[in-house]
Design a protein around this ligand. Structure first.
Ligand code: ADP
Ligand code: MG
Length: 602
């Protein structure tokens, strides 16, 4: 019983099993790791490696708790370079599955096999096999039905498995990784150097990326990163590796964004793979049970090292002030030629023939600074003009987002309204009986599109418009998994997509309203947004609707003509939930007339 409870903490889903097994393979110095999963890993997982294997004595104890062979002395804790050192993974996995392990080290004539089922040893003995280790895990959680119930859709579990392997692959560029799901290949990564592996994982044409390499205060920062002109709407392609461990790290993240200074367009994220190398005594890897979060002795040094390295490659001035005189984002790309050459050198195998420039021009150079918020001024009576002016700027006005609880009345008034204006190309002001409503045009359109797409997904499949020339979309393993997870829904919307080789999708037909697409980039953008949406909601249907809505919506910064404003308002007022966008941000804010009266002392 104790064993089962403890197992639950480490092993939550097939992806956790795969992660532990692959980590063990990497710790055993493998150069090739092959992962096969059946039914998203729920039915079966097999990890085979060509590592140093185990002799019979080690096999005998390897599935006992605290069976680790990896920690020699207490000081090791600080200089650990192996991924596992607690000696719990095999015991935990064996407790909740039928696990069979066979292995042979180089110095042995024959191998050893061990079979454990629900924590009970079923077999142990010699076996003939090649060098290396194979561990097979079947019927995961067969004896813990509650846990089994929590597992998600096959393709979702497969995506989690893929994501886990991809992170480990980022940390081990010299190791070949192969993943198959239901006998179909889902990932094939050849061994290479850091630059090659990063390019394979980001799967973006080389000249869209910059090779970062810098050292500050004993912290070495290396990797591939996109310039401001090539950013994405999501963070789904950001990888950080600290001393051969895939980690998430706030100081590294902060350093990257600081390195960009004011150059990143709002809501845009760079893509990158960064390796941080430093003295192991500068970190504590054992703070989080799954070891994703790394803790540095000094966050500031790490953040600054990353910031400096990134800024240097972008050739930013020391203090990131941004003005019309600074070269535009496109100039940066051609400007840092030394870096460009480095990338070309690092990446001998460009994985993608297509140019991946984004569909929407990102107007980096035109983007003004966000004004800083004026501190609100306390108001206790109309004293002089200065105070009144401050008030106007200071936001003392009490405005509130409309909510379902109290919004119906305002909506009814809005339906009567005949006066509206767009301002600053992003908001719509609507005059209503007891005040003003402010509508965020992008959020409103997103909500309207979201509901429309959901409706389409609930009906008969839309017939696809065939393209004369199919669009090719190069995808990395995670993107492929995401596509597979939503492929039925894509088809319903009228996408006709076919897998073509291990890293290419062919789009052969599009929904009628999208037939003007001229290249695969837009589909690619959909996939990368979908990755994030799938993290937010469990249903592929909803995630795809949110993705489509986001991509087909009117953006902030677009001037609308009068009729467009009217139609957007009408569609919003007909929506099932006109109060919040698919991501939960408010759509309508009310400025009550009574507030103006109060502020003007009436
Ligand atoms: P830990 O990795 O924390 O030591 P595990 O339960 O993951 O604990 O593994 C127990 C032991 O089994 C490891 O210390 C290692 O000696 C051995 N082992 C597990 N997998 C492999 C493998 N693929 N190749 C060689 N040895 C392995
Ligand atoms: Mg381990």
């Amino acid at each position: 019983m104790i064993r089962k409870i403890a197992a639950g903490e480490v092993i939550e889903r097939p992806a956790s099993v795969v992660k532990e097994l692959v980590e063990n393979s990497l710790d055993a110095q493998s150069k090739r790791v092959h992962v096969e999963i059946v039914d998203g890993g729920r039915q079966g997982i097999r990890v085979s490696d060509d590592g140093h294997g185990m002799g019979p004595e080690d096999v005998d104890v390897c599935a006992e708790r605290h069976a680790t062979s990896k920690m020699r002395s207490p000081t090791d804790l600080f200089t650990i370079d192996t991924l596992g050192f607690r000696g719990e993974a095999l015991a935990s996995i064996g407790a909740v599955s039928r696990m069979s392990l066979d292995t042979r080290p180089p110095d042995a004539e024959q191998g050893t096999q061990l079979v454990v089922e629900g924590g009970i040893r079923r077999a142990f003995g010699p076996i003939a096999r090649d060098l290396g280790t194979t561990i097979e895990v079947r019927n995961l959680f067969f004896n813990t039905p509650a846990r089994r119930k929590f597992l998600r859709h096959v393709e979702t579990e497969a995506r989690y498995v893929t994501q886990g392997i991809v992170s480990l692959a980022a940390a081990h560029p010299d190791v070949a990784f192969h993943l198959t799901h239901q006998d179909r290949s889902s990932m094939q990564l050849l061994p290479g150097d850091r630059g090659q592996r990063a390019a394979d994982l980001l799967n973006v044409q080389a000249d869209n990326l910059l090779w970062v390499d810098g050292e500050t205060g004993g912290v070495r920062v290396q990797g591939l990163i996109s310039p401001p002109s090539f950013c994405r709407r999501t963070r789904s392609k950001q990888f950080v590796v600290v001393r051969r461990r895939p980690v998430s790290s706030t100081p590294v993240q902060r350093g990257v964004y600081a390195g960009f200074g004011g150059l990143l367009p709002h809501n845009q994220h760079p893509i990158f793979v960064l390796w941080i190398d430093l003295d192991p005594r500068q970190l504590d890897v054992n703070v989080h049970p799954t070891k994703r979060e790394v803790r540095f002795a000094d966050d500031r040094i790490v953040r600054e090292a990353v910031e400096t390295a990134v800024r240097d490659i972008l050739q930013m001035p020391e203090t990131a002030t941004y003005s019309a005189q600074t070269p535009s984002a496109t100039d940066w790309r051609s400007g840092s030629s030394a870096a460009q050459k480095d990338v070309a050198g690092a990446q001998s195998k460009p994985p993608n023939g297509d140019s991946m420039t984004t569909d929407e021009p990102q107007q980096v150079a035109d983007r003004p600074w966000e004004p800083s918020a004026t501190p609100p001024v306390a108001f206790d009576g109309p004293e002089d003009l200065q105070i009144s002016l401050d008030l106007v700027a200071g936001g003392e006005l009490r405005a509130e987002p409309l909510s379902p609880a109290d919004g119906e009345r305002a909506l009814a008034q809005a339906r009567q309204s005949e006066k509206w204006w767009q301002f600053h190309d992003k908001y719509i002001l609507l005059l209503v009986e007891d005040g003003l409503l402010v509508i965020d045009q992008h959020a409103a359109h997103e909500r309207v599109r979201f509901e429309e797409v959901l409706d389409v997904l609930g009906q008969e499949p839309v017939s696809s418009q065939s393209l004369l020339m199919p669009l090719t979309v190069e995808v990395n393993p995670v993107e492929l998994a995401v596509y597979r997870q939503a492929s039925d829904q894509f088809e319903r919307l009228g996408f006709d997509v076919r897998e073509f080789g291990p890293s290419t999708l062919l789009v052969e037909g599009l929904p009628p309203e999208l037939r003007s697409w001229s290249n695969g980039d837009l589909f690619y953008e959909l996939l990368s947004t979908l990755i994030d949406e799938l993290e937010l909601r469990s249903e592929a249907r909803e995630a795809l609707a949110a993705t489509m809505a986001c991509h087909s919506s009117i953006r902030a910064g677009r001037r609308l003509v009068g009729a467009e404003i009217g139609s957007l308002i009408q569609r919003l007022l007909r929506a099932r939930d006109p109060f919040a966008c698919p991501h939960g941000r408010p759509i309508i804010i009310r400025l009550p007339l009574t507030e103006f009266d109060r502020l003007f002392g009436r």
